[in-house]
Design a protein around this ligand. Structure first.
Ligand SMILES: [Zn+2]
Ligand SMILES: [Zn+2]
Length: 271
């Protein structure tokens, strides 16, 4: 049982960390830079840790920039408030993500650029052979170590780990929890210590301060990924270009000054 639980927790944490660190904060928001070599290392790790449910940085970034621009309106690709329910929201998300990634849906030009692209790896990761192969590996671990058949109910979580994390954040981050900031959307902070999605559930803070590397705003809030990323910066693996500071409580006049939308290109960060 220890092997199965360790496998589940490790897969969960490593997958969601790559999502928040590499796909979200790096690919979509360009909150920091890194060398081409490190970018390849981290995209490879994203492929390994997300495995059967690998998400492409480009598809993720385009979808996510649309989410910031249209949060909780009719044009939001995944708002619980404009969907008929949890399944409907995720179905629409999947269709739009696939269209953006494969080029059958054309995004607005302002959302394009500045994300990592590695066509050979992404093509391989998206092949049925690789996706099903990873699924088979997860299943083999359970066949070898599950002490009871009921543990097999956890397998679908492994198969769909990447989109599942997105679904949790997109649904609960806009329906459950408290608000620090009076944003135009319905974003919420679901957990004061977000150990479930490594910081992603501070949606209200993140929609208010879209370029803040730290998703926690108040003294008692903890964003675990922020501290790992600061560690990477201290080791010289990444470079934090310009760190936007969250302010809580904020002065009423400050409302207009903080950028709410993620810049698409690296050059935008230096301005
Ligand atoms: Zn959001
Ligand atoms: Zn974001």
């Amino acid at each position: 049982m220890l092997v199965i639980l360790s496998f589940f927790v490790a897969h969960w944490v490593l997958s969601v960390f790559m999502q928040t660190f590499f796909l979200h904060r790096y690919a979509a928001h360009r909150m920091f830079t890194m060398s081409k070599g490190w970018e390849r290392v981290f995209e490879l790790l994203t492929f390994i840790f997300q495995g059967s449910s690998f998400l492409s940085p480009r598809g993720y970034a385009l979808l996510h920039r649309e989410h910031h621009a249209f949060s909780d309106t009719d044009r939001d690709p995944h708002s619980p408030h404009t969907s008929k329910g949890f399944i409907d929201m995720n179905w629409k998300t999947a269709v739009r993500y696939a269209g953006l990634w494969r080029g059958t849906i054309k995004p607005e030009p302002r959302f394009e650029g500045g994300y990592p692209e590695w066509p050979a790896l992404e093509k391989l990761a998206d092949s049925w052979l690789v996706r099903v192969g990873f699924g088979g590996l997860y299943t083999l671990v359970y066949i070898a170590y599950a002490p009871h058949w009921a543990f097999y109910l956890l397998l679908p979580f492994h198969y769909f780990m990447g989109p599942l994390h997105g679904a949790i954040v997109n649904w609960f981050g806009h329906t459950a929890g408290y608000r620090n900031f009076d944003t135009d959307d319905k974003s919420r902070n679901s957990l004061p210590f977000d150990f479930v999605t490594m910081g992603e559930l501070f949606q209200n803070n993140h929609h208010r301060y879209g370029q803040s590397l730290n998703f926690a705003a108040r003294a008692w809030e903890i964003d675990p990924s922020y501290w790992v990323i600061r560690g990477f910066a201290a080791l010289g693996i990444i470079q934090i270009v310009k760190e936007q500071k969250q302010r809580y409580p904020e002065a009423p006049a400050a409302n207009a000054s903080a950028p709410a939308f993620a810049p698409a290109r690296r050059a935008d960060l230096s301005s």
